[in-house]
Design a protein around this ligand. Structure first.
Ligand code: F6P
Length: 355
């Protein structure tokens, strides 16, 4: 069996652990397996750039951050765009899949990667997706690999902010990644004891947030607020995309936490600061939980390959491995339910969500 494998989109801890889990299991449970590791994500398949992986290549990579194959962003919406006489990227990938006589393509990636994987599957390629992302926004799975390591990193950072905020009696907005969803902010904010958690799924009211800060400041030295990078105020959420772009550009290149710091300093008169955690949340060794699920997701993917279960992506639901059809989940986003149990319990504890 000839298998292509690639890591695509933003990296995260656990990619190498999944590569290891898949390859080790595939080499063990199937005969005559060849694995072509495409370099730099879908770009490797488009340009036919690959490295044949041997058991030795994946032997000592369980703990290693990043991806030994390299990755890149190849926007889904450009996959079917024609430039002059050249074939589309999608057509090039299908052609190379056929030229290399692949029996299967395994894609380790997030939401965008899954949309392209679904396209390839519709075009006749045999595809198995494996769910990666620190954002945890892939539809149909409770968890993605990389998410829990990022939660650990973000929670650790927020905890550190608390002591300096206490020393100086300050308000801090700590910005957490997560793209357009609030999972990473919600989990890390809860794990770090944040006073407020602002997520895209619950637009915040500027006046009420200012009141919360002023009131909280009367009883505590510091106020630590976990802010999702994609958060919006009620006012911003009500704007058209064009209006919002114009409004946000009035803050220059300021991020969500930086804008909040400016607006809330103005409204409350309290000294506010911001910290943007950024790519540190994606770097380094996976946590033990991510090593564990990465290993089982990879090995389960190899079993799906063995039985020829294609056009699917692996998921974990209620702690059990399973799979969804790519066409059923591609293009859908798993958001934090604003009235879900987790948010309601946090609110009952007095954690403020900005609404
Ligand atoms: O999807 C993962 C993610 O880290 C998001 O949380 C973030 O919005 C984005 O990627 C950052 O992308 P880049 O690494 O291309 O700056």
């Amino acid at each position: 069996m000839r298998i292509g494998i690639l890591t695509s989109g933003g990296d995260c801890p656990g990619l190498n652990a999944v590569l290891r889990g898949f390859c080790k299991c595939a080499f063990n449970i199937m005969k005559d397996v060849e694995i072509y590791g495409f370099l730099e994500g879908y770009a490797g398949l488009i340009n036919k750039e690959y490295k044949v992986l041997t058991p030795a290549d994946v032997e000592n990579i369980l703990d290693l951050g990043g991806t030994i194959l390299g990755t890149s962003r190849q926007p889904y919406k450009l996959m079917t765009v024609k430039e002059g006489d050249a074939p589309t990227k999608l057509a090039q990938m299908v052609e190379n899949y056929n030229k290399l006589k692949l029996d299967l393509l395994v894609t380790l990636g997030g939401a965008g990667t899954h949309k392209t994987a679904s396209l390839l599957s519709v075009e006749g390629c045999n595809v198995i997706g494996l769910p990666k992302t620190i954002d945890n926004d892939i539809y149909g799975t409770d968890v993605t690999f990389g998410f829990h390591t990022a939660v650990d990193i973000a929670a650790g950072a927020i905890k550190r902010i608390r002591t300096t905020a206490d020393s100086h009696s300050r308000v801090f907005f700590v910005e957490v990644m997560g793209n357009k969803v609030g999972w990473l902010t919600l989990y890390s904010g809860l794990a770090a004891g944040a006073d407020a958690i602002l997520i895209p799924e619950i637009p915040y009211d500027e006046e009420k947030l200012a009141e919360f800060i002023k009131t909280k400041k009367q009883s505590s030295r510091s106020v630590v607020i976990a802010v999702a990078e994609g958060v919006m105020s009620v006012r911003e959420a009500a704007m058209s995309k064009k209006e919002r772009r114009e409004y946000l550009s009035s803050f220059g290149s300021a991020t969500a936490a930086e804008r909040l710091t400016a607006v809330m300093t103005d409204k409350t008169g309290v000294q506010c600061r911001s910290t943007v955690l950024g790519h540190i949340q994606r770097g380094g060794e996976p946590c033990a939980y991510d090593k564990f699920i990465s290993t089982e997701i990879g090995a389960f993917g190899a079993h799906l390959a063995k039985v020829g279960r294609y056009g699917v992506t692996v998921c974990i639901r209620n702690n059990k491995l399973g799979y969804n059809m790519l066409v059923d989940i591609a293009g859908k986003t798993k958001r934090v339910p604003a009235d879900g149990q987790l948010v309601l319990l946090a609110k009952d504890m007095g954690i403020y969500f900005g609404d």
